[in-house]
Design a protein around this ligand. Structure first.
Ligand code: AMP
Length: 412
């Protein structure tokens, strides 16, 4: 099935061709006709599935020409990076249309945003807090909104944005089309759906709990005193093109970055304590290859379209099982295969078990050959009936004392 058969407008099809897309992805195949027909849509799909185009293309097709009455499309995003990324995607797809697109987020001045909103934007991509400021200051009204998109709704919930989201939804006309994207649908999101959406159709692409099949993922157990040594050694041995290292906290990310810089790695850092400018520079530098290593927290990296990452290293085990899927989804995109390594210390065991339950998969434990390991209880074979943590045998590898020695994580 080609894009041309989906009912998109000619100008949007030209934009799609210019973006270099030939075939619609599964979520695009299902969502585009629904949004075009005016249905409310709930989409659950992993990042990297093409969900932005799944809502952007049909919305652009239905908008027609620029109209200065005020925004007719409102897209809410949990982070500034995501908002900027979605705005760029819209501009890309809309390059043969005369529509005006604006992005609104905090951490930067109001001047440019005020000017663009006053000039009459057709599409506003925004984070909730700053958008509320604009509403209160009267720079913007939402009474002409025809399409409302709540993107990454579960992340907005995690970040405490749902009350702001509700206030914003209340400012939009009742008669509108809505779409909501969320990796998981916890009860609070279910309530939001019932309140904000009209007879929605749900699209679930793939099993959302399954890591991409192209990703090879393993766990490196280690004593907590050797965590940083293991990280440095992994980076030395792995033949990576670009690697994202995930840390639990902003301070942890800063510490890891300092350590890596000292070891002469070209490192960028992405977390929410950094200024907008710093974050943009970090992302741009990483995309251009100026930095080979990006150290990030979950919130900063969620959903970001960072292509071509050869490796993901979880320096800290994620606290929420779904974050594991998001993190390792940065690699193994499209046709590339990727490697995802998780460093595990004893206190991480409950989180690792939760992840394994969530993905219904055992993640192989491996050791780095000739690394001077100190003892940790994690190296013990599990007793019969103990919570399963260790694999039996790993196919295609050497097994030493129940352990598979990793070949070094080269790209396969
Ligand atoms: P998203 O899931 O929206 O973040 O998209 C992930 C990546 O897939 C982005 O780099 C898009 O440009 C790309 N993409 C989206 N749709 C297609 C398509 N139909 N064919 C090829 N690439 C696509």
């Amino acid at each position: 099935m080609k894009f041309a058969a989906l009912g998109l407008s000619e100008k949007v099809l030209e934009g799609v061709r210019a973006a270099g897309y030939t075939e619609p992805t599964p979520i695009q195949l299902r969502a585009i006709p629904l949004v075009l027909s005016g249905k409310d849509v709930i989409g659950s799909a992993q990042t990297g599935t093409g969900k932005t185009a799944a809502f952007a293309l049909p919305i652009l097709s239905r908008l027609g020409h620029h109209n200065p009455v005020g925004p007719r499309v409102l897209i809410l995003e949990p982070t500034r990076e995501l908002a900027a990324q979605v705005e760029t995607a819209f501009r890309d797809y809309a390059r043969f249309l005369d529509l005006k697109i604006t992005v609104v987020f905090g951490g930067v001045g109001y001047g440019k945003q005020n000017d663009e909103l006053r000039a009459g934007a057709d599409i506003v991509v925004a984070t909730p807090g700053r958008l509320l400021d604009h509403l209160e200051q009267g720079t913007l009204k939402l009474d002409k909104v025809e399409f409302l998109v709540l993107d990454e709704a579960d992340r907005m919930l995690d970040m405490g944005f749902l009350p702001d989201v509700r206030r914003l939804v209340e400012k939009c006309p009742r008669k509108r089309h809505s779409a909501l994207f969320s990796a998981t649908i916890p009860p609070q999101i279910e309530t939001l759906i019932q309140w904000a959406m009209h007879d929605p159709e749900t699209i679930e692409i793939g099993a959302r709990r399954t890591p991409a099949e192209t990703v090879k993922h393993v766990i490196y157990p280690v004593s907590d005193t050797q965590k940083t040594d293991l990280l440095l050694e992994l980076l030395n041995r792995v033949n990576y093109d670009s690697v994202i290292i995930f840390c639990r906290t902003k301070h942890g990310a800063d510490r890891a970055a300092t350590l890596l810089k000292r070891a002469n790695h070209a490192v960028a850092v992405l977390h929410s304590n950094r200024t907008q400018k710093e974050r943009e520079q970090a992302l741009a530098g990483f995309r251009e290859g100026k930095y080979e290593v990006l150290v990030a927290t979950d919130i900063a990296a969620r959903g970001l379209d960072i292509a071509d990452v050869s490796h993901v290293i979880n320096y800290d085990v994620p606290q929420h099982p779904e974050d594991y899927i998001h993190r390792i989804g940065r690699t193994g995109r499209a046709e590339n295969t990727g490697d995802a390594f998780t460093i595990m210390v004893a206190e991480d065991a409950p989180h690792v078990f939760a992840i394994e339950r969530f993905i219904s998969q055992k993640i192989p434990r491996v050791k780095l050959e000739n690394f001077d390991y100190r003892y940790t209880a994690l190296f013990e074979e599990p007793k019969a009936g103990a919570p399963a943590g260790f694999p039996g045998k790993v196919r295609g590898g050497r097994v030493h004392g129940g352990y598979h020695f990793a070949p070094g994580g080269r790209r396969r």
